[in-house]
Design a protein around this ligand. Structure first.
Ligand SMILES: C[S@@+](CC[C@H](N)C(=O)[O-])C[C@H]1O[C@@H](n2cnc3c(N)ncnc32)[C@H](O)[C@@H]1O
Length: 211
């Protein structure tokens, strides 16, 4: 009886320790994100990472059993990257393309998962990065890039390269704080479906684009 109670106490203590470690690492990630926002506000477009409501709204719609290759643009501190990996099958790959060097470095250091391939650079070169890593086409591309602050020519180039990278049934999911990018998405993609997540700083517009 005493040993059962001691066992239960130890388990609760371990659970508490692991919860505290998770909270600490979330705080560290938020700190790294905020420091980089101060240095590169336009590149990041937001001072804090996406909310779990936004993450779940987007990721819950995906049929993860049919995703062999996923790509993430602008993973930042890995806010979507970790939950994506936890939903992906064991044989799938996730290519995370990040323009910010600090974030690319932190992702490589902190996420120990052989399915994750981190590429420091711009999403414009997505097809080059895919070729260099032996990835044929993407079933899912998720984008957190703040498109509204980019010059239109650059924005269109990223969108056109993404269309080329997608598999025939692939989906390009984009989250933004405004609808300003919608006309460009409609110009490049065959269909665009809209969604909205209010519980996020700022409330997010979501677009699901298909070839
Ligand atoms: C709004 S933050 C999103 C961060 C994270 N995915 C989230 O949801 O919390 C935008 C991210 O896009 C990255 N970024 C901006 N332009 C990029 C580009 N051309 N290619 C790849 N990443 C880019 C920024 O460095 C930043 O990490």
């Amino acid at each position: 009886m005493a040993s059962t109670i001691a066992g239960l106490g130890l388990r609760s203590l371990r659970k508490l320790q692991s919860r505290t470690a998770d909270q600490q690492s979330s705080l560290q990630q938020a700190g790294l994100f905020f420091r980089n926002f101060i240095r590169h506000p336009l590149m990041l477009g937001s001072a804090i990472p996406s909310s779990r409501y936004l993450i779940n709204r987007i990721l819950d719609r995906v049929d993860w059993t049919s995703v062999r290759t996923a790509i993430e643009y602008g993973p930042g501190v890995g806010t979507f990257t970790r939950p994506m990996l936890s939903r992906m099958t064991t044989g799938a790959k996730l290519l995370a393309v990040e323009l910010n060097q600090d974030f690319s470095f932190a992702l490589r250091e902190q996420i120990d998962d052989s399915r994750l391939l981190v590429q420091h650079g711009s999403a414009i070169y997505v097809n080059r990065w895919m070729r260099s890593k032996g990835l044929a086409s993407a079933d899912l591309v998720l984008s957190g890039i703040p498109y509204t602050v980019l010059p239109r020519e650059l924005r269109l180039r990223i969108l056109r390269e993404t269309r080329k990278a997608l598999a025939a049934e692939g989906v390009f999911a984009v989250y933004q704080y405004t609808r300003a990018v919608l006309p460009d998405l409609q110009e490049v993609f065959g269909s665009v479906e809209e969604d909205f997540e209010p519980i996020n700083v700022l409330p997010a517009r979501i677009f699901y684009c298909r070839v």
